[in-house]
Design a protein around this ligand. Structure first.
Ligand SMILES: [Zn+2]
Length: 88
């Protein structure tokens, strides 16, 4: 079942809906205290849309992910654990 991203025109609430192609498009914001109308966003990439700023952000994220991964690998490398020196 395809999922669609909608964005409220009023409060910018973005949400994801699983619905069949035969279902009617949603028109109303699901938030109780908002009466805005929603617009279906095109394309996939919900993560990107949720971040909301642009394509460069995925690059940034993958970069930091990579460096984080590297860091993790370094941290998980077994340290040579020298025995503590005896106190005199
Ligand atoms: Zn709304």
């Amino acid at each position: 079942m395809p999922n669609y991203d909608y964005k409220c025109q009023k409060c910018d609430h973005v949400f994801e809906v699983f619905q069949s192609m035969n279902d009617d498009k949603l028109t109303d914001c699901p938030l109780e205290d908002c009466d805005g109308s929603v617009k279906r966003l095109l394309g996939t990439g919900a993560g990107l849309i949720f971040k909301g700023t642009g394509f460069y952000q995925t690059d940034y994220r993958s970069d930091s992910y990579k460096s984080g991964e590297k860091k993790e690998a370094e941290n998980s490398r077994p340290k040579a654990d020298p025995k503590p020196e005896k106190k005199a």
